[in-house]
Structures are given as structure tokens and as C-alpha cells.
Design a protein around this ligand. Structure first.
Ligand code: PMP
Length: 390
């Protein structure tokens, strides 16, 4: 009898199925656990995304505290009601100016910014052309938009061109990360923009890993590609990586930002970014403008890590920004490797399914502008000493 047929047994426990899922996860070596991070530790951190070493910078933490004192611990309401402070407005103006866009709109996270861009700019009947390795927030934005989504092979502008050509006259967006979060490789932005222009499509780029690291003084991947401020280009960013804070933003033409204010559900129905986070991001942005070398230093540390690891025979993807990704033979080996690193005082990221496709588990090391040579040496030595046999 089908389970939902009249007379089928009523399940005794509506969450009983979670035990089966937990058993499946355990058998596949894919159990995830939460571990509180100690505030003060000797652990060398190459797992976080604090690329410029700003999250504990005294100017940034003082700005967060000052904003909380002045405006309160929370935003108190959505941006359109009470959740916009002078800090939000300043941050939007300065972020847009720094990255070379006409306007910016700040959200409570980069995730919410991506959902906003894709749901407000895509729509039923339009076409989204999305890179196969895009971040989960872009994937979810495509799904939520109700647009037709064509997933194209990774970093393949020709596939993008062919897909657009197959839908002539269709309102279309091409969607890509600028730097892909697992392997740290960069998207071919110039070629993607050219494909868009041939077919009248817009380009939406998630520059979460590019802001603060790529481009002149950290102005981002689109600035580096000469695409910032273009009338057919939109960028999304997070404030939680190189700016050491929390939150996200969409940057683009003023008319696009105006549309998002009126149509993006994650803008309209979400409580505004906490003033402390807006203040911290603004302070970090001003610091970066004053100390542009931080961007180049993060890239140089990533290049040094990559050179040392590959010279020692590990399979590490060439980093285009601050993410250095090292292949592990299996999910279990990746988990053990990361745990062994931690036991030796080094925190590294561990990526395994479902965050990455089957068969490509990785350790992920994030370079930081403030890592000393001694710390870089120590990190490389620990990763090598604990490496599983391949
Ligand atoms: N896009 C990319 C490429 C990311 O790596 C992340 C963060 N993991 C996000 C978006 C989401 O940003 P946030 O953490 O601010 O929600």
C-alpha cells in the first residue's frame, strides 16, 4: 500500500528518519560537528576568511563597539522601516566608490545579497546561466528566482555563449563566482562579459573572495577586469571575509540598486545589518584604502604557500587569490588530516561532500596578509608532516 494511502500506518516519530540519515552520514565519514572557537588561542588560523587580518584590528573593533553604543546592539527593524542608520548609508556610498560602481546596497549577509540579486533580477521566463562550481548561495538564488537555470561547465565562456545563443531575445543573466571558494581559481570574467555583450545579457559576479584581495588595492576582481561600473554588470560581496565584519552588499548601476530596494525580498523582509557590523566594515574599508598593500600581501602569502606545498609533492590548486586548496585522497583522510593539523597547532578548512562533489575532498588553507614568514613556514611544515600517503 502506498505510504499516503488511506489506512497507511501513522508514523510514530515524525523525525525518526533523521536517525537513518545520521547512520548514512556516519558510514560515509561525513558527520559534521560544531566546535566553539576559543577567543584566545595559540592555534595558527589558516581556516578563517580574515584575509587581511582586520577582524581584530583595534580600529575595526573600536568602530564596532562605538556603533553599538551609538545605535544599539541591533538594527531594530528592516532597512525600509528603522534598520537604516547613517552608517549603512556611508558604507554603501564608500563601498560603491571604492569598487568603482555607481551604487551599493548592504544586506545582513553575502548569502542574502546573492539571493536578492538573483531573485530580483531573474524572474519566471528569464534565463540564468550559472557556472557549475558556483557558491551555494548563487545556486539557491537561481532556484528561488523561478527563472530557467542552465548550469554550464566550470569556467567555460564558450558554453555560456552557446547557451545564450540558444535562447535569442531572452532576458538573461550570466552568474559566476569571481574566485571559486573551494579551489580558489578565478573566473574568466573578461570572456564572460564579452559573451554577455554579444547576446544582450547582464553579468552577475559574486566577488566574495575578490574584494580586498584582487585588483588595485583590493578593489576586487571586477575592478581588475575593467568591468566595475559597467552598465550591464552587477557585483555581490560579503563584508565577512577581507573586511573582517559581517554582512553583504550588491553593487551596480543606480537603477538596479533602486530596483532591489523595491523588489528584493531579502532586503525588504530581513532586519537590517547590525550597526556594529556596518561600523566595523566601514572602518575596515577605510583601513584598506589607507593601507592598500594588504591586498598584495595576502596574494603573496597564498602564492608562497602554494609554491612550497607543490614543491613538496602535494596536489594544490594554483591560487588566484587567497584560497589555497590541497587535494585529499578521501573524505575520511581529509578529516583526519585536518584533525592532525589541529593537534599540531594549525587550523585548516576541511571540504568534503556535500560541500564539494564526490571524490574531491580537500584541505583549504586561507592566506592572510598578516601571516609572518615564520608562521607560513610553520603552517607548511605541519601540513607536510601530517599529510596522508596519496
Ligand atoms: N559567496 C561566496 C563565494 C562565499 O564564499 C560566501 C561565504 N562562504 C558567501 C557568498 C556568503 O557570504 P556570507 O557568509 O556573508 O553570507
Amino acid at each position: 500500500m502506498p505510504e499516503d494511502a488511506p489506512g497507511a500506518a501513522v508514523p510514530e516519530d515524525p523525525f525518526g528518519w533523521t536517525a537513518d540519515e545520521a547512520r548514512r552520514r556516519a558510514a560515509a565519514g561525513l558527520v559534521r560537528t560544531l566546535r566553539p572557537r576559543p577567543a584566545d588561542t595559540d592555534l595558527l588560523d589558516l581556516a578563517g576568511n580574515d584575509y587581511l587580518g582586520l577582524t581584530r584590528h583595534p580600529e575595526v573593533t573600536a568602530a564596532a563597539a562605538g556603533a553599538a553604543h551609538r545605535w544599539g546592539a541591533g538594527a531594530t527593524g528592516s532597512r525600509l522601516v528603522t534598520g537604516t542608520t547613517a552608517l549603512h548609508a556611508e558604507l554603501e556610498r564608500e563601498l560603491a566608490g571604492f569598487c568603482g560602481f555607481e551604487a551599493a546596497l548592504v544586506f545582513s549577509s553575502g548569502y542574502a545579497a546573492n539571493l536578492a540579486a538573483l531573485t530580483a533580477l531573474g524572474a519566471r521566463g528569464s534565463l540564468l546561466v550559472s557556472d557549475a562550481d558556483n557558491h551555494a548561495s548563487l545556486v539557491d538564488g537561481c532556484r528561488l528566482s523561478r527563472a530557467e537555470t542552465a548550469v554550464v561547465p566550470h569556467a567555460d565562456p564558450e558554453a555560456v555563449r552557446k547557451t545564450l545563443a540558444a535562447h535569442p531575445g531572452r532576458r538573461a543573466l550570466v552568474v559566476s563566482d569571481s574566485v571559486f571558494s573551494v579551489d580558489g581559481d578565478a573566473a574568466p570574467l573578461g570572456a564572460l562579459a564579452a559573451a554577455c555583450r554579444e547576446h544582450g545579457a547582464a553579468l552577475v559576479v559574486d566577488d566574495a573572495h575578490g574584494l580586498g584581495v584582487l585588483g588595485d588595492g583590493g578593489r576586487g576582481a571586477l575592478h581588475a577586469a575593467g568591468l566595475s561600473g559597467a552598465p550591464d554588470v552587477v557585483a555581490t560581496v560579503t563584508l565577512s571575509k577581507s573586511l573582517g565584519s559581517q554582512g553583504g552588499a550588491v553593487l551596480g548601476p543606480a537603477r538596479v540598486v533602486e530596483h532591489l530596494v523595491n523588489a528584493a525580498r531579502t532586503f525588504i523582509f530581513d532586519t537590517g545589518l547590525a550597526p556594529a557590523a556596518a561600523g566595523a566594515a566601514l572602518a575596515a574599508l577605510r583601513l584598506l584604502r589607507r593601507e592598500p598593500d594588504r591586498a598584495g600581501r595576502a596574494r603573496a602569502v597564498a602564492a608562497a604557500l602554494h609554491a612550497r606545498l607543490t614543491a613538496a609533492g602535494l596536489s594544490a590548486a594554483r591560487p588566484d587569490a587567497a584560497v589555497v586548496s590541497v587535494r585529499a585522497p578521501s573524505p575520511e583522510a581529509a578529516v583526519r588530516w585536518a584533525a592532525d593539523c589541529r593537534a599540531e597547532g594549525l587550523a585548516v578548512g576541511c571540504f568534503r561532500p556535500p560541500s564539494v562533489p564526490d571524490g574531491v575532498s580537500r584541505l583549504r588553507l586561507t592566506a592572510r596578509a598578516d601571516l609572518t614568514e615564520e608562521q607560513t613556514d610553520r603552517a607548511v611544515a605541519v601540513v607536510l608532516r601530517t599529510a596522508p600517503p596519496c
